[in-house]
Design a protein around this ligand. Sequence first.
Ligand code: AKG
Ligand code: FE2
Length: 278
Amino acid sequence: MGLEHFPATASVEHVFAALQRDGAVIIDEVLDEPTLRGLRSELEPVLAKTAPGTEGFSGLNTRRFGSLIERTPSTRQLVMHPLILDVTNRLLSDATAIQLHLTQAICIGPNSPAQVIHRDQWAFDFFEFPSGYDVQCNTIWAITDFTEQNGATRVVVGSNHGADRQRLEQSDTVGATMRAGSVVLYTGSVYHGGGPNTTDDETRIGVNITYNRGWLRQEENQYLAVSQECAATLDEPLLRLMGYQKGAYALGYIDDLRDPISVVRPEFANAEGFAAKQ
Ligand SMILES: O=C(O)CCC(=O)C(=O)O
Ligand SMILES: [Fe+2]
C-alpha cells in the first residue's frame, strides 16, 4: 500500500486522519513554479559550497545544510505554512507550545545508497516515548521531483504504531514519490529513510522542516543558527515558533522571568511569554 495523496486544498481533518493512521501523507503541488524558482535560486549557491556528509547516516554523497531561516529566506513561508502548522498543532495538541525543531536542505547525489531506516524521534537519545504519543511532526518539501530512481524518501506505512528500536528493511518501505512543490508530512514515530539515488546525473533536493513539543530540545539550535541581527528583522509568529517564547509555563524565560523575545524584538514582549492570543 502506498502513501495517501491529498490536494493542497485538503482539509486539516482529512490530512490529520491519514497522518495518524499511516504515519505519513503527501500533499501534492502546494508550491507554484515562481515560488519553486525562488527557492532554487537561494538554495543552489549554498549547495554549491556544501561538502557531502562524512558518515553513512548523513550520506557520503548527500549534501546537507541548515540555518535556512537566515540563509534562504524563501523557506520561511514553508516553515509558516498554515496547513502544516494546523496539522502539527493537532498532532501535538496537548503541548502548551510547539517550536521549530530543524531546517535542513537534503540533497541526495547520484549513485547514493539508501539511508538506514529509522525514527526521527530517536534523536532524543533513543528515549522510548509511549506508543501513540507523538513528540514531533516533520515535513520534507520536494524542490525537485522525488522519484523511485532519484532518492524519494522511503516510508514504512503504519509503522508509527509499531514497536521501538526495530531494524526494518528497504523491502518494508514505499517511496514518497511526488512532483516538485509537493510535501510529505510524517511523524517522528514513523520508520523512514532517504531513498537510494540510482541515477548517474540527478540530485534530489528536499527541504526538511520539523517541529516538536516546546519542552524538548531543538535539533537545530535556532538561537545560534540564526543571528540576532537577522532575528531582529523577523515577525512575531516566526520568532515565537523559532523558540523566542516559553516552552511551557516555566520553561525558557530570561533573567527576571521576562519573555525571551525581549532580546530581539522588545516591542513584541508580554507578561505571559507566549504569542498574544488573537
Ligand atoms: O532525505 C530524506 O528523504 C530523508 C532524510 C532523513 O530521514 C533523515 O536524515 O533523518
Ligand atoms: Fe529521518
